[in-house]
Write a protein that binds this ligand. Structure first.
Ligand code: FAD
Ligand code: SIN
Length: 524
Protein backbone atom coordinates (compact mmCIF):
# COMPACT_ATOMS: atom_id res chain seq x y z
CA UNK A 1 0.00 0.00 0.00
CA UNK A 2 1.24 3.50 -0.81
CA UNK A 3 1.29 5.54 2.40
CA UNK A 4 -0.65 8.78 2.10
CA UNK A 5 -0.90 11.67 4.53
CA UNK A 6 -1.70 15.35 4.74
CA UNK A 7 1.94 16.37 5.29
CA UNK A 8 5.02 14.52 4.13
CA UNK A 9 8.02 15.88 6.06
CA UNK A 10 11.30 14.66 4.57
CA UNK A 11 14.05 14.87 7.20
CA UNK A 12 14.08 14.57 10.98
CA UNK A 13 16.60 17.17 12.12
CA UNK A 14 15.45 20.22 14.07
CA UNK A 15 13.54 21.65 11.07
CA UNK A 16 11.72 18.41 10.31
CA UNK A 17 10.99 17.40 13.90
CA UNK A 18 9.58 20.76 14.87
CA UNK A 19 7.57 21.08 11.64
CA UNK A 20 6.16 17.57 12.08
CA UNK A 21 5.26 18.18 15.71
CA UNK A 22 3.43 21.40 14.88
CA UNK A 23 1.72 20.15 11.70
CA UNK A 24 0.34 17.11 13.51
CA UNK A 25 -2.13 19.55 15.09
CA UNK A 26 -3.53 20.18 11.59
CA UNK A 27 -3.47 16.74 10.00
CA UNK A 28 -1.66 13.45 9.54
CA UNK A 29 2.13 13.58 9.15
CA UNK A 30 4.64 11.11 7.70
CA UNK A 31 8.14 11.98 8.89
CA UNK A 32 10.99 10.39 6.94
CA UNK A 33 14.56 9.86 8.13
CA UNK A 34 17.23 8.59 5.81
CA UNK A 35 18.90 6.56 8.56
CA UNK A 36 18.04 6.60 12.26
CA UNK A 37 15.91 9.60 13.21
CA UNK A 38 18.51 11.47 15.23
CA UNK A 39 21.24 11.44 12.55
CA UNK A 40 21.72 14.84 10.91
CA UNK A 41 23.55 18.12 11.35
CA UNK A 42 21.21 19.23 14.16
CA UNK A 43 22.35 16.42 16.43
CA UNK A 44 25.97 17.65 16.27
CA UNK A 45 25.34 21.36 16.87
CA UNK A 46 27.64 22.52 19.63
CA UNK A 47 27.67 26.31 20.08
CA UNK A 48 23.93 26.89 20.45
CA UNK A 49 21.06 29.08 19.32
CA UNK A 50 21.22 32.85 19.09
CA UNK A 51 18.46 34.99 20.63
CA UNK A 52 18.43 38.45 22.20
CA UNK A 53 17.14 37.31 25.59
CA UNK A 54 19.53 39.23 27.81
CA UNK A 55 17.90 42.37 29.31
CA UNK A 56 20.78 44.44 27.89
CA UNK A 57 20.37 42.97 24.41
CA UNK A 58 17.85 43.80 21.73
CA UNK A 59 16.73 42.07 18.50
CA UNK A 60 17.85 45.14 16.57
CA UNK A 61 21.46 44.49 17.69
CA UNK A 62 21.10 40.85 16.69
CA UNK A 63 19.80 42.06 13.32
CA UNK A 64 22.76 44.41 12.87
CA UNK A 65 25.24 41.58 13.51
CA UNK A 66 23.37 39.26 11.13
CA UNK A 67 23.32 41.90 8.38
CA UNK A 68 26.99 42.71 8.86
CA UNK A 69 28.03 39.04 8.61
CA UNK A 70 25.76 38.62 5.55
CA UNK A 71 27.92 41.11 3.60
CA UNK A 72 25.10 42.93 1.82
CA UNK A 73 23.06 39.96 0.65
CA UNK A 74 20.64 39.31 3.52
CA UNK A 75 16.96 39.96 3.02
CA UNK A 76 16.59 42.59 5.74
CA UNK A 77 12.88 41.95 6.22
CA UNK A 78 13.52 38.26 6.84
CA UNK A 79 16.41 39.07 9.18
CA UNK A 80 14.23 41.33 11.31
CA UNK A 81 11.36 38.88 11.51
CA UNK A 82 13.68 36.00 12.45
CA UNK A 83 15.64 37.79 15.18
CA UNK A 84 12.43 39.39 16.47
CA UNK A 85 10.85 35.96 16.89
CA UNK A 86 13.99 34.38 18.42
CA UNK A 87 13.16 34.92 22.14
CA UNK A 88 9.71 33.32 21.65
CA UNK A 89 11.20 30.34 19.82
CA UNK A 90 13.78 29.56 22.52
CA UNK A 91 11.03 29.82 25.14
CA UNK A 92 9.04 27.34 23.07
CA UNK A 93 12.01 24.94 22.94
CA UNK A 94 12.32 25.17 26.72
CA UNK A 95 8.58 24.42 27.03
CA UNK A 96 9.06 21.39 24.80
CA UNK A 97 11.63 20.03 27.25
CA UNK A 98 14.98 21.47 26.12
CA UNK A 99 17.27 22.31 29.04
CA UNK A 100 19.59 25.19 28.29
CA UNK A 101 22.65 25.73 30.52
CA UNK A 102 21.92 28.37 33.12
CA UNK A 103 23.88 30.36 35.65
CA UNK A 104 21.48 30.27 38.58
CA UNK A 105 18.27 31.66 37.01
CA UNK A 106 18.96 33.21 33.58
CA UNK A 107 20.53 31.22 30.74
CA UNK A 108 24.30 31.16 30.46
CA UNK A 109 24.97 33.02 27.21
CA UNK A 110 27.91 32.12 24.99
CA UNK A 111 29.83 34.40 22.64
CA UNK A 112 30.61 33.48 19.04
CA UNK A 113 32.20 35.14 16.04
CA UNK A 114 30.41 38.13 14.54
CA UNK A 115 28.18 38.69 17.60
CA UNK A 116 28.73 42.04 19.28
CA UNK A 117 27.79 40.53 22.67
CA UNK A 118 27.02 37.26 24.49
CA UNK A 119 23.79 35.97 22.94
CA UNK A 120 24.02 32.21 22.40
CA UNK A 121 21.86 29.86 24.48
CA UNK A 122 23.45 26.44 24.74
CA UNK A 123 23.27 23.09 26.47
CA UNK A 124 26.92 22.71 27.42
CA UNK A 125 28.65 21.94 24.12
CA UNK A 126 25.98 19.44 22.99
CA UNK A 127 23.11 21.81 22.23
CA UNK A 128 21.95 19.93 19.14
CA UNK A 129 21.76 16.60 20.93
CA UNK A 130 19.66 18.12 23.73
CA UNK A 131 17.23 19.72 21.26
CA UNK A 132 16.91 16.70 18.97
CA UNK A 133 16.32 14.27 21.85
CA UNK A 134 13.59 16.49 23.35
CA UNK A 135 11.77 16.92 20.01
CA UNK A 136 12.18 13.31 18.98
CA UNK A 137 10.51 12.28 22.23
CA UNK A 138 7.59 14.60 21.36
CA UNK A 139 7.27 13.25 17.82
CA UNK A 140 7.40 9.64 19.01
CA UNK A 141 4.59 10.44 21.45
CA UNK A 142 2.54 12.34 18.83
CA UNK A 143 -0.18 10.04 17.53
CA UNK A 144 -0.49 12.15 14.40
CA UNK A 145 3.15 11.60 13.41
CA UNK A 146 4.22 8.43 11.68
CA UNK A 147 8.01 8.22 11.83
CA UNK A 148 9.65 6.17 9.07
CA UNK A 149 13.35 5.63 9.75
CA UNK A 150 15.63 4.15 7.10
CA UNK A 151 13.54 5.72 4.32
CA UNK A 152 15.53 7.60 1.66
CA UNK A 153 13.53 9.99 -0.52
CA UNK A 154 14.61 9.53 -4.13
CA UNK A 155 12.56 12.08 -6.05
CA UNK A 156 9.58 14.35 -5.65
CA UNK A 157 6.40 13.62 -7.58
CA UNK A 158 4.46 16.30 -9.45
CA UNK A 159 0.87 15.88 -10.58
CA UNK A 160 -0.46 16.80 -14.01
CA UNK A 161 -0.97 20.40 -12.85
CA UNK A 162 2.69 20.68 -11.78
CA UNK A 163 2.04 20.60 -8.03
CA UNK A 164 4.13 18.44 -5.76
CA UNK A 165 2.08 15.53 -4.44
CA UNK A 166 4.64 13.44 -2.57
CA UNK A 167 7.83 11.50 -3.15
CA UNK A 168 9.27 8.17 -4.23
CA UNK A 169 11.13 6.73 -1.27
CA UNK A 170 13.61 3.85 -1.01
CA UNK A 171 13.08 1.70 2.05
CA UNK A 172 16.51 0.51 3.16
CA UNK A 173 15.24 -2.65 4.85
CA UNK A 174 13.55 -4.06 1.74
CA UNK A 175 15.37 -2.25 -1.06
CA UNK A 176 11.97 -1.39 -2.57
CA UNK A 177 10.80 2.05 -3.69
CA UNK A 178 7.51 3.15 -2.11
CA UNK A 179 5.23 5.97 -3.23
CA UNK A 180 4.33 8.44 -0.46
CA UNK A 181 1.51 10.79 -1.41
CA UNK A 182 0.69 13.98 0.47
CA UNK A 183 -1.31 17.19 0.26
CA UNK A 184 1.81 19.20 1.13
CA UNK A 185 5.45 18.07 1.02
CA UNK A 186 8.05 19.66 3.28
CA UNK A 187 11.75 19.32 2.53
CA UNK A 188 13.78 19.38 5.75
CA UNK A 189 16.74 17.42 4.46
CA UNK A 190 19.51 19.65 5.82
CA UNK A 191 22.77 20.65 4.22
CA UNK A 192 25.32 19.23 1.83
CA UNK A 193 28.72 19.30 3.56
CA UNK A 194 29.50 15.88 2.09
CA UNK A 195 29.96 17.53 -1.29
CA UNK A 196 33.43 18.36 0.09
CA UNK A 197 36.08 15.88 1.17
CA UNK A 198 36.67 17.68 4.48
CA UNK A 199 33.51 18.60 6.35
CA UNK A 200 32.07 18.97 9.83
CA UNK A 201 28.85 17.30 8.60
CA UNK A 202 27.76 13.70 9.15
CA UNK A 203 27.32 11.26 6.24
CA UNK A 204 23.63 12.03 5.66
CA UNK A 205 24.38 15.63 4.58
CA UNK A 206 24.41 15.04 0.80
CA UNK A 207 22.09 17.83 -0.31
CA UNK A 208 19.27 15.44 -1.30
CA UNK A 209 16.54 18.04 -0.79
CA UNK A 210 18.33 20.64 -2.91
CA UNK A 211 18.90 18.11 -5.69
CA UNK A 212 15.33 16.73 -5.59
CA UNK A 213 13.88 20.24 -5.62
CA UNK A 214 16.07 21.22 -8.54
CA UNK A 215 14.97 18.15 -10.50
CA UNK A 216 11.35 19.03 -9.72
CA UNK A 217 11.88 22.51 -11.18
CA UNK A 218 12.19 24.57 -7.98
CA UNK A 219 14.58 27.51 -7.86
CA UNK A 220 17.89 27.24 -6.02
CA UNK A 221 19.49 30.41 -4.69
CA UNK A 222 23.01 31.48 -3.71
CA UNK A 223 24.57 28.03 -3.88
CA UNK A 224 28.06 29.55 -4.13
CA UNK A 225 27.99 30.60 -0.48
CA UNK A 226 29.41 27.59 1.32
CA UNK A 227 30.57 28.29 4.85
CA UNK A 228 33.84 26.69 5.94
CA UNK A 229 34.11 26.41 9.71
CA UNK A 230 37.59 27.52 10.72
CA UNK A 231 38.19 24.88 13.37
CA UNK A 232 37.59 21.17 12.90
CA UNK A 233 39.75 18.72 14.80
CA UNK A 234 42.80 17.67 12.80
CA UNK A 235 43.69 14.07 13.57
CA UNK A 236 44.01 11.08 11.23
CA UNK A 237 41.29 9.17 13.09
CA UNK A 238 38.93 12.09 13.78
CA UNK A 239 36.09 12.14 11.25
CA UNK A 240 34.15 15.40 11.03
CA UNK A 241 34.58 16.57 14.60
CA UNK A 242 33.97 20.25 15.22
CA UNK A 243 35.85 22.39 17.73
CA UNK A 244 33.17 24.94 18.55
CA UNK A 245 33.60 28.63 17.96
CA UNK A 246 32.40 29.04 21.53
CA UNK A 247 35.98 28.16 22.56
CA UNK A 248 37.22 31.26 20.79
CA UNK A 249 34.37 33.09 22.54
CA UNK A 250 36.02 32.08 25.81
CA UNK A 251 39.40 33.47 24.77
CA UNK A 252 40.83 30.65 22.62
CA UNK A 253 43.70 31.85 20.41
CA UNK A 254 44.65 30.60 16.96
CA UNK A 255 48.39 29.96 16.80
CA UNK A 256 50.93 28.38 14.47
CA UNK A 257 53.28 25.57 15.45
CA UNK A 258 55.63 28.10 17.07
CA UNK A 259 52.81 29.57 19.15
CA UNK A 260 52.51 32.80 17.12
CA UNK A 261 48.98 34.24 17.23
CA UNK A 262 48.39 34.98 13.54
CA UNK A 263 44.90 36.49 13.87
CA UNK A 264 46.08 39.39 16.03
CA UNK A 265 46.49 42.39 13.72
CA UNK A 266 44.60 40.76 10.83
CA UNK A 267 41.15 41.93 11.90
CA UNK A 268 39.91 44.13 14.78
CA UNK A 269 37.86 41.18 16.11
CA UNK A 270 40.84 38.79 15.67
CA UNK A 271 39.64 35.19 16.41
CA UNK A 272 36.06 36.42 16.58
CA UNK A 273 36.02 37.99 13.13
CA UNK A 274 33.32 36.56 10.80
CA UNK A 275 33.96 32.95 9.81
CA UNK A 276 34.88 33.63 6.18
CA UNK A 277 37.72 35.86 7.33
CA UNK A 278 39.06 33.45 9.94
CA UNK A 279 38.80 30.44 7.58
CA UNK A 280 40.66 32.34 4.82
CA UNK A 281 43.34 33.45 7.26
CA UNK A 282 43.94 29.84 8.30
CA UNK A 283 43.94 28.69 4.67
CA UNK A 284 46.53 31.31 3.80
CA UNK A 285 48.62 30.39 6.85
CA UNK A 286 48.59 26.71 5.83
CA UNK A 287 49.59 27.58 2.27
CA UNK A 288 52.34 29.93 3.47
CA UNK A 289 53.89 27.51 5.95
CA UNK A 290 53.16 24.21 4.19
CA UNK A 291 51.89 22.89 7.54
CA UNK A 292 48.87 20.58 7.70
CA UNK A 293 47.08 22.34 10.56
CA UNK A 294 47.10 25.32 12.90
CA UNK A 295 46.29 25.18 16.61
CA UNK A 296 43.63 26.49 18.95
CA UNK A 297 45.12 27.32 22.31
CA UNK A 298 42.81 27.02 25.34
CA UNK A 299 45.54 26.48 27.91
CA UNK A 300 44.65 29.75 29.67
CA UNK A 301 41.60 27.92 31.11
CA UNK A 302 41.74 25.36 33.89
CA UNK A 303 41.05 21.68 33.29
CA UNK A 304 38.02 21.89 35.61
CA UNK A 305 36.51 24.77 33.64
CA UNK A 306 37.10 23.06 30.27
CA UNK A 307 35.60 19.80 31.51
CA UNK A 308 32.45 21.48 32.75
CA UNK A 309 31.88 24.03 29.94
CA UNK A 310 33.01 21.85 27.00
CA UNK A 311 32.63 18.25 28.20
CA UNK A 312 32.08 16.67 24.75
CA UNK A 313 35.02 18.43 23.12
CA UNK A 314 37.27 17.83 26.12
CA UNK A 315 36.49 14.12 26.11
CA UNK A 316 36.81 13.74 22.35
CA UNK A 317 40.21 15.45 22.34
CA UNK A 318 41.39 13.25 25.23
CA UNK A 319 40.30 10.16 23.27
CA UNK A 320 42.86 11.22 20.65
CA UNK A 321 45.54 11.88 23.24
CA UNK A 322 45.08 15.68 23.22
CA UNK A 323 44.68 17.31 26.63
CA UNK A 324 43.33 20.74 25.73
CA UNK A 325 44.11 22.06 29.21
CA UNK A 326 47.84 21.64 28.61
CA UNK A 327 48.34 21.58 24.81
CA UNK A 328 46.84 23.49 21.87
CA UNK A 329 44.30 21.58 19.74
CA UNK A 330 45.28 20.88 16.09
CA UNK A 331 42.59 22.32 13.81
CA UNK A 332 41.78 22.87 10.11
CA UNK A 333 38.87 24.49 8.25
CA UNK A 334 36.17 22.23 6.79
CA UNK A 335 32.93 22.66 4.82
CA UNK A 336 30.23 23.33 7.39
CA UNK A 337 27.07 25.05 6.19
CA UNK A 338 25.22 25.88 2.97
CA UNK A 339 23.88 29.45 3.05
CA UNK A 340 22.13 28.81 -0.26
CA UNK A 341 19.46 26.24 -1.00
CA UNK A 342 15.89 25.86 -2.20
CA UNK A 343 14.52 29.35 -2.52
CA UNK A 344 11.49 30.01 -0.33
CA UNK A 345 9.33 32.93 0.60
CA UNK A 346 8.91 34.10 4.19
CA UNK A 347 6.56 31.15 4.89
CA UNK A 348 8.75 28.36 3.54
CA UNK A 349 6.90 28.05 0.20
CA UNK A 350 9.07 27.17 -2.81
CA UNK A 351 8.39 28.01 -6.45
CA UNK A 352 6.66 24.60 -6.89
CA UNK A 353 3.05 24.54 -5.59
CA UNK A 354 2.61 22.09 -2.72
CA UNK A 355 6.36 22.03 -1.97
CA UNK A 356 7.86 23.74 1.07
CA UNK A 357 11.40 23.84 2.45
CA UNK A 358 12.60 24.51 6.00
CA UNK A 359 16.01 24.53 7.68
CA UNK A 360 19.42 24.28 6.09
CA UNK A 361 18.06 22.96 2.80
CA UNK A 362 16.15 26.22 2.30
CA UNK A 363 17.33 29.64 1.21
CA UNK A 364 15.17 32.13 3.07
CA UNK A 365 17.38 35.21 2.72
CA UNK A 366 18.43 35.20 6.39
CA UNK A 367 22.12 34.42 5.94
CA UNK A 368 23.07 36.45 2.88
CA UNK A 369 26.66 35.82 1.80
CA UNK A 370 27.77 34.50 5.19
CA UNK A 371 25.80 33.06 8.11
CA UNK A 372 26.20 34.52 11.56
CA UNK A 373 27.10 31.81 14.09
CA UNK A 374 24.19 30.06 15.81
CA UNK A 375 21.59 31.57 13.49
CA UNK A 376 20.89 28.27 11.80
CA UNK A 377 19.15 26.41 14.61
CA UNK A 378 17.19 29.62 15.05
CA UNK A 379 16.19 29.66 11.37
CA UNK A 380 14.90 26.06 11.67
CA UNK A 381 12.67 27.02 14.62
CA UNK A 382 11.35 30.28 13.18
CA UNK A 383 10.52 28.80 9.80
CA UNK A 384 8.89 25.66 11.25
CA UNK A 385 6.59 28.07 13.11
CA UNK A 386 6.03 30.29 10.06
CA UNK A 387 5.20 27.30 7.87
CA UNK A 388 2.77 26.02 10.49
CA UNK A 389 1.15 29.47 10.81
CA UNK A 390 0.82 29.75 7.05
CA UNK A 391 -0.71 26.30 6.54
CA UNK A 392 -3.12 26.73 9.41
CA UNK A 393 -4.25 30.15 8.19
CA UNK A 394 -4.47 29.09 4.53
CA UNK A 395 -6.06 25.68 4.66
CA UNK A 396 -7.17 26.01 1.04
CA UNK A 397 -3.50 25.52 0.08
CA UNK A 398 -3.65 21.89 1.14
CA UNK A 399 -6.92 20.77 2.71
CA UNK A 400 -8.95 20.51 -0.47
CA UNK A 401 -6.19 19.11 -2.60
CA UNK A 402 -7.14 15.58 -3.68
CA UNK A 403 -4.52 12.91 -3.14
CA UNK A 404 -4.66 11.04 -6.42
CA UNK A 405 -2.25 8.11 -6.53
CA UNK A 406 0.61 8.82 -8.94
CA UNK A 407 2.11 6.02 -11.03
CA UNK A 408 4.17 3.51 -9.07
CA UNK A 409 7.94 3.62 -9.33
CA UNK A 410 9.15 2.05 -12.53
CA UNK A 411 12.60 0.44 -12.23
CA UNK A 412 12.76 0.05 -16.04
CA UNK A 413 15.51 -2.30 -17.15
CA UNK A 414 17.75 -1.51 -14.21
CA UNK A 415 19.91 -4.36 -12.96
CA UNK A 416 21.87 -4.85 -9.76
CA UNK A 417 25.27 -3.20 -10.04
CA UNK A 418 28.37 -5.29 -9.43
CA UNK A 419 30.51 -2.17 -9.72
CA UNK A 420 30.18 -0.48 -6.33
CA UNK A 421 33.76 0.70 -6.79
CA UNK A 422 32.67 2.97 -9.65
CA UNK A 423 30.24 4.76 -7.36
CA UNK A 424 32.78 5.24 -4.59
CA UNK A 425 35.41 6.42 -7.09
CA UNK A 426 33.05 9.09 -8.51
CA UNK A 427 31.95 10.09 -5.05
CA UNK A 428 35.56 10.61 -3.99
CA UNK A 429 36.47 12.43 -7.17
CA UNK A 430 33.66 14.97 -6.83
CA UNK A 431 34.46 15.68 -3.19
CA UNK A 432 38.17 16.20 -3.88
CA UNK A 433 37.47 18.31 -6.95
CA UNK A 434 35.16 20.53 -4.90
CA UNK A 435 37.74 20.92 -2.14
CA UNK A 436 40.61 21.73 -4.52
CA UNK A 437 38.82 23.89 -7.10
CA UNK A 438 35.68 25.23 -5.43
CA UNK A 439 36.87 25.67 -1.84
CA UNK A 440 37.79 28.60 0.38
CA UNK A 441 39.74 30.43 -2.35
CA UNK A 442 38.48 30.15 -5.92
CA UNK A 443 39.53 31.36 -9.37
CA UNK A 444 37.96 31.44 -12.83
CA UNK A 445 40.38 28.82 -14.07
CA UNK A 446 39.72 26.41 -11.19
CA UNK A 447 35.96 26.83 -11.54
CA UNK A 448 36.07 26.20 -15.28
CA UNK A 449 38.09 23.03 -14.76
CA UNK A 450 35.66 21.84 -12.14
CA UNK A 451 32.72 22.63 -14.41
CA UNK A 452 34.09 20.65 -17.37
CA UNK A 453 34.95 17.66 -15.22
CA UNK A 454 31.48 17.71 -13.67
CA UNK A 455 29.88 17.71 -17.12
CA UNK A 456 31.50 14.34 -17.83
CA UNK A 457 30.77 12.98 -14.38
CA UNK A 458 27.12 14.03 -14.59
CA UNK A 459 26.69 12.13 -17.85
CA UNK A 460 28.33 9.03 -16.36
CA UNK A 461 26.25 9.21 -13.17
CA UNK A 462 23.03 9.75 -15.07
CA UNK A 463 23.78 6.58 -17.01
CA UNK A 464 24.26 4.49 -13.83
CA UNK A 465 21.04 5.91 -12.50
CA UNK A 466 19.05 4.43 -15.38
CA UNK A 467 21.07 1.22 -15.67
CA UNK A 468 21.38 0.10 -12.05
CA UNK A 469 18.88 -0.73 -9.33
CA UNK A 470 18.75 2.04 -6.78
CA UNK A 471 20.89 1.94 -3.65
CA UNK A 472 21.31 4.71 -1.05
CA UNK A 473 24.88 5.26 -2.32
CA UNK A 474 23.72 5.76 -5.89
CA UNK A 475 20.97 8.15 -4.79
CA UNK A 476 23.48 10.21 -2.82
CA UNK A 477 26.05 10.21 -5.60
CA UNK A 478 23.47 11.55 -8.03
CA UNK A 479 22.53 14.25 -5.53
CA UNK A 480 26.03 15.42 -4.65
CA UNK A 481 26.70 15.70 -8.39
CA UNK A 482 23.68 18.02 -8.80
CA UNK A 483 24.66 20.12 -5.79
CA UNK A 484 28.33 20.32 -6.79
CA UNK A 485 27.33 21.48 -10.26
CA UNK A 486 24.97 24.08 -8.81
CA UNK A 487 27.73 25.44 -6.54
CA UNK A 488 30.16 25.67 -9.47
CA UNK A 489 27.66 27.32 -11.80
CA UNK A 490 26.64 29.84 -9.15
CA UNK A 491 30.26 30.60 -8.31
CA UNK A 492 31.06 31.11 -12.00
CA UNK A 493 28.15 33.54 -12.27
CA UNK A 494 29.39 35.73 -9.43
CA UNK A 495 32.08 38.09 -10.74
CA UNK A 496 33.14 39.53 -7.39
CA UNK A 497 34.27 38.42 -3.93
CA UNK A 498 31.62 38.73 -1.26
CA UNK A 499 31.29 36.99 2.08
CA UNK A 500 32.06 33.31 1.67
CA UNK A 501 32.65 33.51 -2.07
CA UNK A 502 36.24 34.61 -2.58
CA UNK A 503 37.85 34.52 -6.02
CA UNK A 504 41.36 35.62 -6.99
CA UNK A 505 40.05 37.08 -10.26
CA UNK A 506 37.67 39.54 -8.60
CA UNK A 507 39.04 40.08 -5.08
CA UNK A 508 36.60 42.87 -4.11
CA UNK A 509 32.81 43.18 -3.79
CA UNK A 510 31.16 44.85 -6.80
CA UNK A 511 27.96 46.83 -6.20
CA UNK A 512 26.33 45.73 -9.48
CA UNK A 513 26.81 42.07 -8.42
CA UNK A 514 24.88 42.56 -5.18
CA UNK A 515 22.00 40.22 -6.01
CA UNK A 516 21.05 36.61 -5.40
CA UNK A 517 22.24 33.94 -7.82
CA UNK A 518 19.19 32.00 -9.01
CA UNK A 519 19.27 28.64 -10.76
CA UNK A 520 16.41 26.61 -12.08
CA UNK A 521 16.37 23.61 -14.34
CA UNK A 522 13.92 25.30 -16.62
CA UNK A 523 15.93 28.49 -16.97
CA UNK A 524 19.10 26.72 -18.17
P1 FAD B 1 19.56 18.24 9.66
O1 FAD B 1 19.62 18.36 11.11
O2 FAD B 1 20.83 17.99 8.94
O3 FAD B 1 18.54 17.07 9.33
C1 FAD B 1 18.39 16.59 8.03
C2 FAD B 1 17.50 15.37 8.06
O4 FAD B 1 17.14 15.03 6.74
C3 FAD B 1 18.13 14.13 8.65
O5 FAD B 1 17.16 13.49 9.44
C4 FAD B 1 18.42 13.26 7.44
O6 FAD B 1 18.36 11.87 7.71
C5 FAD B 1 17.26 13.64 6.56
N1 FAD B 1 17.45 13.39 5.14
C6 FAD B 1 18.38 13.91 4.30
N2 FAD B 1 18.19 13.44 3.06
C7 FAD B 1 17.12 12.62 3.11
C8 FAD B 1 16.46 11.83 2.16
N3 FAD B 1 16.84 11.75 0.87
N4 FAD B 1 15.39 11.08 2.56
C9 FAD B 1 14.98 11.09 3.86
N5 FAD B 1 15.59 11.84 4.80
C10 FAD B 1 16.64 12.59 4.42
N6 FAD B 1 23.99 25.85 13.86
C11 FAD B 1 23.67 26.65 14.88
O7 FAD B 1 22.78 27.50 14.75
N7 FAD B 1 24.31 26.53 16.07
C12 FAD B 1 25.30 25.61 16.28
O8 FAD B 1 25.84 25.51 17.36
C13 FAD B 1 25.67 24.77 15.22
N8 FAD B 1 26.66 23.86 15.37
C14 FAD B 1 26.89 22.97 14.35
C15 FAD B 1 27.86 21.97 14.53
C16 FAD B 1 28.06 21.02 13.55
C17 FAD B 1 29.07 19.93 13.76
C18 FAD B 1 27.32 21.07 12.35
C19 FAD B 1 27.52 20.06 11.28
C20 FAD B 1 26.40 22.10 12.14
C21 FAD B 1 26.19 23.05 13.14
N9 FAD B 1 25.25 24.07 12.96
C22 FAD B 1 24.96 24.90 14.01
C23 FAD B 1 24.40 24.11 11.78
C24 FAD B 1 23.06 23.47 12.15
O9 FAD B 1 23.28 22.38 13.01
C25 FAD B 1 22.31 22.96 10.94
O10 FAD B 1 22.28 23.92 9.93
C26 FAD B 1 20.88 22.61 11.32
O11 FAD B 1 20.87 21.75 12.42
C27 FAD B 1 20.18 21.97 10.15
O12 FAD B 1 18.98 21.38 10.61
P2 FAD B 1 18.02 20.70 9.57
O13 FAD B 1 16.89 20.18 10.36
O14 FAD B 1 17.77 21.62 8.46
O15 FAD B 1 18.89 19.49 8.97
C1 SIN C 1 30.07 26.15 16.54
O1 SIN C 1 29.72 25.71 17.63
O2 SIN C 1 31.17 26.63 16.31
C2 SIN C 1 29.10 26.06 15.41
C3 SIN C 1 28.14 27.15 15.49
C4 SIN C 1 27.43 27.34 14.20
O3 SIN C 1 27.76 26.73 13.19
O4 SIN C 1 26.51 28.16 14.19
Amino acid sequence: MSPSCDFLVIGSGLAGLLSAHKLSALGSVCLLAKKEASEGNSQYAQGGIAAAVDPGDDPSQHAEDTLKAGAGLCNEEVVRLVVGDAPARVRELADLGVHFSAKGGPPDLGLEAGHSRRRVLHAGDATGREIVQALLKRCREDRGVRLCEGHVAVDLIRDSGGSCCGAYVLQRATGSVRTFTARATILATGGAGKVYIYTSNPDVATGDGMAMAWRAGATLANMEFVQFHPTCLYHPQAKSFLISEALRGEGGKLVDREGRNFMAGLHPQAELAPRDIVARAIDSELKRTGEECVFLDMTHKSADYLKSRFPTIHEKCLSFGIDMAVAPIPVVPAAHFFCGGVRTDAHGATSVPGLFAVGETAHTGLHGANRLASNSLLECCVFAERLFGHLSARRELWEQRPISPPPDWNPGKAVKSDEAVVISQNWDEIRRLMWNYVGIVRSKKRLERAFHRMELLNREIDQYYWDFLLTPDLIELRNIAVVATAVIRSAMARCESRGLHYTLDYPQPVESERHDTLLSRFSV
